[in-house]
Design a protein around this ligand. Sequence first.
Ligand SMILES: Nc1ncnc2c1ncn2[C@@H]1O[C@H](COP(=O)(O)OP(=O)(O)OP(=O)(O)O)[C@@H](O)[C@H]1O
Ligand SMILES: [Mg+2]
Length: 136
Amino acid sequence: MNKQRFFEKYAIDIEFDLVKIRQAVRKISKEMQFDIVAQTKLLTAVSELARNVFDYVGKGEVIVEEVGDSLKTGLKITVIDNGSGIPDIDRAMSGGFSTSKGLGKGLSGTKKLMDEFSIQSEVGKGTEVVIVKWVA
Ligand SMILES: Nc1ncnc2c1ncn2[C@@H]1O[C@H](COP(=O)(O)OP(=O)(O)OP(=O)(O)O)[C@@H](O)[C@H]1O
Ligand SMILES: [Mg+2]
């Protein structure tokens, strides 16, 4: 990586942090000149992931950073918690499984909206989701 004009960390602690994270992603995605559709996808994705951390764990962190090289620029968002972890990732990603009253579409929907998506989770240790969207 040889260009990074943006790197910020945001805590997830109280519900209003979700608003602050949305605002930050809205601002940076506009500045990076993502089109409106991509901006909306990024906002939706980060909202779903941060909401999961808040709902299922209570606390966590979101790292928003610009990534890329001379050919492409993207926004990478890492959402991390030290919570319970997800016992069955395949089931959680299947798009209909929820341990709450949700639709179970948060993780699978987020993957569809992004160019890159990876999830790592360990029971008792926590969960890390990394998403990337490239500027078209
Ligand atoms: N950070 C997390 N820590 C622990 N469990 C999680 C975490 N994120 C998701 N999960 C588990 O994975 C399931 C699926 O998550 P997903 O976001 O896809 O759906 P949901 O939150 O249940 O519903 P929706 O997001 O559609 O409102 C959740 O019900 C929860 O059990
Ligand atoms: Mg969810």
